[in-house]
Ligand binder design. Sequence first.
Ligand SMILES: *[C@@H]1O[C@H](CO)[C@@H](O)[C@H](O)[C@H]1NC(C)=O
Ligand SMILES: *[C@@H]1O[C@H](CO)[C@@H](O)[C@H](O)[C@H]1NC(C)=O
Length: 648
Amino acid sequence: MLAVLPALIAISVFSVGSWTVSGSQSILDPATTSVPHLQQDDAHDTSVISPVPYRALTPLLDTPWTAKVGTLPWPQHPRPLLYRENWQTLNGIWTYQPAFSSTELPNPPALPLAREVLIPSCIESALSGIMANGVTYMWFGTTFTIPSDWPTGQRILLNFEAVDYEATVFVNGAQVGFNRGGYFRFTVDVTDNVNPNGENSLLVFVFDPTDSSPYHIPNGKQTRSPSHIFYTPCTGIWQPVWLESAPPNHITSMDFSADMEGTVTTTIHSSAGGSDPVEVTVLDQDGSVVSTQDAVSDESFTFAVPSPKLWSPDSPTLYNVTVKMGADAVSSYTGFRTISSGKVNGVQRPLLNGKFVFQFGTLDQGYWPDGIYLPPTLEAMVYDLGLLKGLGMNMVRKHIKVEPDLFYQACDRLGLLVIQDMPCMPATVSMETSPPDASEQAEFQRQIEILVNEHKSYPSIVTWVIYNEGWGQLKETYYPEFPIATRIRELDPTRLIDATTGWFDHGAGDFSDNHHYAEPQCGTPFNSLPSSPYDPSRIGLQGEFGGIGHIPEAKNLWPVQAAIDTINQTYEINSDLDSYNYRAHVLLDLLREQVARFACSGAVWTQTTDVEGEVNGLVTYDRRFVRVDATQWKADIQAIYAAANARA
Ligand SMILES: *[C@@H]1O[C@H](CO)[C@@H](O)[C@H](O)[C@H]1NC(C)=O
Ligand SMILES: *[C@@H]1O[C@H](CO)[C@@H](O)[C@H](O)[C@H]1NC(C)=O
């Protein structure tokens, strides 16, 4: 029970219903801060308690964007592939309080809750205003009104972009929705529960069993005991919440894939699920119509756009799309490109628009010292991507995390190929002693289908990754990556599948993917255990290498002793930047040589940024100190592409 209380910052007493928590704490390390003293409040106060006001707390380490967050974070429309005119963000100041167990679920508390919180945020983050650690059950609440200029007779849709891990949603006291899975959107039609002319209450009960035995949930690198390569967790409503007005029969999602021949394959999914007439219009970069197609909803159809300008990292050309279905009108975009696997001069290669394009980028964790899992702002998120692009990289491996949709839109626009990992079940649990049970395995597979369906219309995503380094990977009785890969191909036949990135490769998927530090072993006839030898029938990929580090000045370092204590577990520490860049040059040149001699088709450098106790980023965790010698890195990366082109 005690473990569910949030840590308190500079507050001596605060009330949660009839409980009083006392004790003043200054938080230096959320991971080790002790739990405040809890006592029964004898004089139960029934008067309305005003919530502890919001203020952004001081993060252990800030970024150039921390002070720019304000109290309306992420104001942008959050779903670029399906834009509808009447929408309103619900981001901003809500209230929050921890709960003690799921027995509170049937009895939502009255608003306001105990203290204000910034939505969206991870409650562990300073930006949340909470900076809690180890909370398993909690409530979030707010009130909202429906914009008076929205047309009547429409449906009111309440959208959550991501809540980690389970969310039960109440509107005006009625339970209206439930979602499981920390990375994905869900939409609740609240039309029948809202008062269109007055104030409505919204309460969300969240359950997040990260690291709670016996749960195995897909949560990537989150852990309540951060150390070395595992980091602070994220709990709560960590991506935008918003309202939308849509006609009674409306478009719920759209699948678009557009290939190098100009063929567009589309399914327009509708809320009624019938075969309703739809009209799809594709516009070019000048806004001129290049194709209009009539079809019906909820069935796949294809049509042609003559001689489209293709999408590629060098020329990330996008086409706007508008879709009408009855009274519903939405906009989206697509890019024309084809991803495949084929032999070029006897070597199996990833092909983009029929040509071998060597993929070079970073392992991208997407962690932030101020926002933890949520970038402080859109500009901050795009800064990381711009850093990669600026060095001449053409790819990013989104590592066991799923980002806000605007991340993928940014990759589409910038021209960065995305290798998208499925967030794994805990790596820290021994598969031999505590593997996921059948229902947990089924849930993992259900969520990977959601990952694919929700993101398969982003042109930049080229590869789906099922398992990373054996984490959460069953392998004692059968190899689940085979049936999962088969299922992903059914859902999305247009991309490649990296079934196992690192370690336990049993032959599934399109890649033979080795992890090796610090030197690459990319498509080489030699390999170090536990990686499997290169398999020439599949594409040789270096899923991770590099990882060399450099200890930054204290002002750029995550000041948590448990993290600092693991710095020396970094594969290699260089005592100054000259030696860091020299070693990077040696490793990139080794990769170039392997590209020239063997069957290396892509490589992922560890990593974009430092994260907590890992000091191996191109830039420090606070994004304030860039380690790379840009001129040298650009030249080294171009030399790798040149070696690949010489083989093509
Ligand atoms: C494409 O759509 C976006 C979003 O609606 C808009 O900002 C942009 O101007 C459009 N581009 C063209 C060429 O019409
Ligand atoms: C890490 O290693 C360096 C060099 O061996 C040593 O000086 C330092 O004390 C070590 N740090 C920790 C936290 O163990």
